[in-house]
Design a protein around this ligand. Sequence first.
Ligand code: PMP
Length: 395
Amino acid sequence: MATSLLRVPPPQSLLRPLAVPERLLLGPGPSNVPPRILAAGGRQLLGHMHPEVLQVMDEIKAGIQYAFQTQNRLTLAISGTGHCAMEAAFLNLLEHGDTVLVAVNGIWGQRAADIARRLGTLGTARQHRWASPGDGHFPLCFMQGLVRHKPSVLFITHGESSTGVLQPLEGLGKLCHRHGCLLLVDAVASLGGTPIFMDQQEIDVLYSGSQKVLNAPPGSAPISFSNQAREKMLRRKTKPPSFYLDMGWLANYWGCDGEPRRYHHTAPINSFFSLREGLAMLAELGLESSWERHRANCAQLCKGLSDLGLELFVKEEKARLPTITTIRVPEGYDWKDIIAFLMDNHAIEITGGLGPSVGKVLRIGLMGCNSTSGNVDRVLRALRDALGCCRRSRL
Ligand code: PMP
């Protein structure tokens, strides 16, 4: 018998069938993918330059323009997750020596400041408390930073998924523009779940993700640039430090520059099919109905949580993100026990905190097709069960 040259045998784990259990994903994302979107992602491949794929990309672009409420020509989906869009925004907008002002009110501001510093820009992280448009503090709380640091970009997160806080944006774009600064907004956790108007709110760069309200698998990230942002990119003296995320190349591949489309990378075509269907479902439902759906189910959840004696982390109702609700970890419980109990006994995912909120909160997401009254009842029943079973006599 011939002896094999192989020193590494085929892994036993790969000789068994793929195991994917049924779970209700009520964490801060990803959310469950409905059958229509799953089916789209499972279609046979086409070539990444085939006219039918370019047509799907055009449809995605129109869907993003609708979801963002923008007419921006430079609108496309990045082949990557939300982080990838975040990096794409920074590394295309900024050059060495630029100053960025980062509003930090949770983990996403911290990450943005980290990315800005890695690019050699003078990232200035600034703690900022949530302020409502009516209290006279917003958006003027940014004025001092704009005057002192003269940043070329201000970064802010619309839906802070680590704390469950919704950041108002009204007036911020105008203020930034008065100070010669561009406004960059992260709407990964909020898009489709609560109003945002890219053009009317004078947002220069807006990005999101596919796996939250849009209910597509992770791996593609909508992004759009205003004319002012485009002009800043055109004025660059140096090339962006990433070829893969170079917006000049991507704009061409997405048909945003009026030139014949050229191969840049082999796009994740099946992810684009899924994203196209996620955007189509949002367009069919309508943004306003989607916002209302998220508002109503979040309100039902908050009431049910209070009835269970749980304390909402975000006190002010209008500061609550309708897609992700945060609860203080109840006294006498370990947050890890509650999460494990829901997973093991109810096949429901909820999560603990992230970054600055670790150990402080539990997070429940109701996004897109997962935002239903039935799911609110299910998670409340599961939590009631957990509260009865997980109390520790002494922590
Ligand atoms: N920003 C926010 C507000 C998010 O909630 C997330 C994902 N939790 C991201 C950015 C990063 O997205 P991704 O995990 O898709 O890279």
